[in-house]
Design a protein around this ligand. Structure first.
Ligand SMILES: *[C@@H]1O[C@H](CO)[C@@H](O)[C@H](O)[C@H]1NC(C)=O
Ligand SMILES: *[C@@H]1O[C@H](CO)[C@@H](O)[C@H](O)[C@H]1NC(C)=O
Ligand SMILES: *[C@@H]1O[C@H](CO)[C@@H](O)[C@H](O)[C@H]1NC(C)=O
Ligand SMILES: *[C@@H]1O[C@H](CO)[C@@H](O)[C@H](O)[C@H]1NC(C)=O
Length: 390
């Protein structure tokens, strides 16, 4: 793979724009014992809230490694890039009322015969897609069959006729000059890269993210109606926050889904938290090696603002009939994992003395982000999407 292209990817890390200004002392991991519950309590399974829980030690470690999964992009491969500590791999998410079953690659692929998935959004969706491909690689390795920069990447599982597509649409909305400070964001039009292909997918994972806090000028009917970071955008118009454009994007995306004749199962994943902190030398880092305990850290005000928009717009859409949209509320479980980001270990050939390049936005593979797919699979199970004999 071409390293320079991969760096550009779908989303640029928002390193300095979004510093996390907290400092907590931290003590050792939870003492809770690992309890393997008896599987199969159907009633409980449906009722249990998957998103309220805690991280418990997991001596079994991750479902795959840098050796077993050949598809980990080097910018997500903390192990190969020399991350010295591995404790972050030995945790599992335990919802309070039940067990979260581990991702079952064989069962998943059996049920995905002749099906198509899409991940629609920014590089965090690609991060999650990377995890899915690795979880599935235990049964079959995906083949990349198409790549178009800043647009589509498609993988194929030959034995299953199953396709997984990344669609780069970080604003979900129609945007010009997407990756610059001169972005013109159309608040009344969706990004055709995903809407034109929507009918092709049986399953969709979708979300917005930090891109909504980039400098942008907002348009409706091709006329300027406002901006974010107006001075930087060079506009004399009303200043709005990223929550304003995100709400517009979600409302428009959900109404498109509600009115479409095509009814895929849509998994709407909630806000991804970054974990930047000031290190001793004033650099922004994320060098913690253990999760936060419940209640120790709850995210930044911006995180709550954006997740609030998501939950409101989701509820608004869910109250109307006509779409199958499910909330995959990974926000809280991810807030507790400052230890599971790339940090410095996203650059193979970084200068060892250079500490300016921490990535505290994206997640190491394998790692905490694998839980997002464990949860996606469990939601599909609960939906009865996976009916199978024996
Ligand atoms: C996986 O990472 C380890 C270090 O944790 C490294 O020694 C090994 O070479 C890596 N394996 C591959 C296949 O890159
Ligand atoms: C493969 O799956 C697609 C749907 O994703 C379907 O249209 C196509 O007919 C399938 N091909 C075969 C050979 O079954
Ligand atoms: C900005 O717009 C306001 C209201 O339209 C106007 O009064 C003001 O003169 C403008 N400022 C500049 C620098 O153009
Ligand atoms: C993280 O970095 C800061 C300084 O940048 C240092 O003081 C601290 O000990 C480091 N923590 C860990 C767990 O390495």
């Amino acid at each position: 793979m071409n390293r320079a292209n991969a760096k550009l990817g779908c989303a640029l890390a928002m390193v300095l724009g979004s510093a996390l200004l907290v400092a907590f002392s931290h003590s050792d991991a939870s003492e809770a014992e690992i309890v393997r519950s008896v599987a199969g309590n159907k009633l409980k399974r449906e009722q249990c809230d998957l998103f309220a829980g805690e991280w418990l030690p997991n001596p079994f470690g991750p479902a795959y490694t840098n050796a077993s999964c050949k598809l980990i992009e080097f910018t997500r491969d903390c192990l190969t890039n020399g991350r010295p500590d591995t404790g972050y791999l030995y945790w599992r998410w335990k919802p309070f009322g039940c067990e979260l079953p581990k991702f079952d690659a064989g069962k998943f692929l059996d049920l995905m015969r002749n099906k198509a998935w899409a991940f629609i959004g920014d590089s965090l969706l690609q991060n999650q897609r990377g995890s899915l491909l690795c979880l599935l690689s235990k049964v079959e390795e995906a083949v990349e069959i198409y790549r178009e920069a800043f647009a589509f990447t498609i993988w194929y599982f030959p034995s299953y006729n199953f396709t997984v597509t990344d669609i780069c649409a970080p604003f979900l909305l129609k945007a010009e000059n997407e990756a610059t400070d001169h972005t013109m964001l159309h608040l009344d039009a969706l990004d055709a890269k995903w809407t034109n292909n929507y009918h092709k997918y049986d399953y969709i994972v979708i979300s917005g993210g930090m891109w909504f806090w980039r400098t942008a000028t907002f348009l409706e009917n091709n006329a300027i109606v406002g901006c974010h970071n107006c001075a930087a955008a060079g506009q004399n118009a009303t200043e709005y926050g990223g929550d304003f454009s995100y709400r517009k994007a979600l409302r428009l995306a959900f109404s498109f889904m509600l009115s479409s004749d095509h009814k895929p199962l849509v998994l709407f994943r909630t806000w991804n938290t970054e974990h930047y902190e000031f290190g001793g030398d004033g650099m922004l880092v994320c060098n913690r090696t253990v999760p936060y305990r419940a209640g120790e850290y709850d995210g930044r005000p911006t995180d709550h603002l954006m997740r609030g928009v998501e939950v409101e717009e989701f509820r608004r859409a869910a109250a109307r009939s006509g779409a199958r949209i499910r909330l995959v509320d990974t926000f809280r479980l991810s807030v507790l994992r400052p230890d599971a980001h790339m940090g410095l270990y996203w650059l193979v050939d970084r200068d060892p003395g250079d500490k300016t390049m921490n990535d505290c936005t994206h997640w190491c593979l394998p790692g905490a982000i694998d839980t997002w797919n464990d949860i996606a699979m469990e939601i599909l199970m609960r939906e009865g999407e996976f009916r199978y004999s024996s």
